[in-house]
Design a protein. Structure first.
Length: 256
């Protein structure tokens, strides 16, 4: 009995020592879960086509609209991306309200031509096919445009940008206003995809789902789905995608 008690006491002392060592020595860890969480890009929906992507070191505002009040409680941006000239993507009043003097703004020429130079010390023009490095983030500008004859007047090829961002180990696709164009369908190794779907300006739900099934992102976020008369059916989008590929995670966030 004494031997058993002595053995248990030794085990308890060893456990306490190990716990103390784990706390005092940062090289000893119970799990890597925290580092995984820290490396992930946080997605914050704001409204319609406006969102925030946040990492440990960067806060990216994409198509900021809604005035400064839309970003109450958000961290200040370190980078702003703008996709197109329309008011639900380019809001000069919002840009002016956000105090972006020391923040890099990246946009296509059609947009930078409309932005007053006093808005920021660093306004960078990138067009389809261009790339730009912001700190550790690689930004690729890719096409966004309409395919349907009746919709060509909305988004002509070459004017606006979709973006593929390489952040840490993630590749993130921002569709901007587009239909299911070949440049979208041919994307590779996308971790997060933000895909629009609203008629008459972009594409129908079925087209968006078909494109997603072709380029197979790990996660997809339907956004920009307010149409001329009603909201697009994002639940139908999720069903269409997961019926054929349940490995694609469809995230339905609150945009409106």
């Amino acid at each position: 009995m004494k031997f058993l008690k002595y053995t248990l006491l030794l085990a308890l002392v060893a456990t306490l020592f190990a716990c103390k060592n784990e706390k005092d020595n940062p090289d000893v860890a119970i799990s890597n879960d925290n580092s995984t969480i820290e490396e992930q890009v946080k997605v914050i929906p704001i409204t319609h086509g406006t969102l925030v992507l946040e990492t440990n070191n960067e806060v990216i505002y994409i198509d900021p609209t809604g005035g400064s009040e839309a970003f109450m409680g958000q961290k200040s941006p370190t980078l702003v991306l703008i996709t197109d000239i329309h008011g639900d993507h380019l809001s000069k009043s919002t840009l002016e309200a956000l105090n972006l003097d020391n923040v890099t703004i990246v946009a296509p020429k059609a947009v930078t031509d409309k932005i007053p130079s006093i808005l920021s010390k660093t306004i960078v023009t990138v067009n389809n096919g261009d790339s730009y490095e912001h700190n550790s983030i690689n930004i690729e500008a890719i096409p966004m445009y309409n395919l349907r004859e009746e919709a060509l007047k909305y988004h002509s090829k070459g004017r606006g940008n979709g973006y593929v961002l390489s952040i840490n180990d993630e590749r993130i696709y921002i569709s901007g206003d587009t239909e299911d164009i070949p440049e979208m369908r041919n994307l590779k190794n996308i971790d997060k995809a933000f895909v629009c779907m609203n008629l008459p300006w972009t594409m129908k739900v079925e087209s968006a789902a078909d494109a997603v099934l072709e380029f197979k992102p790990k996660q997809v976020y339907p956004y920009h789905y307010r149409g001329s008369e009603t909201m697009s059916d994002v639940n139908l989008f999720k069903d269409l995608v997961n019926k054929k590929n349940d490995a694609i995670e469809v995230h339905l966030l609150k945009w409106y």
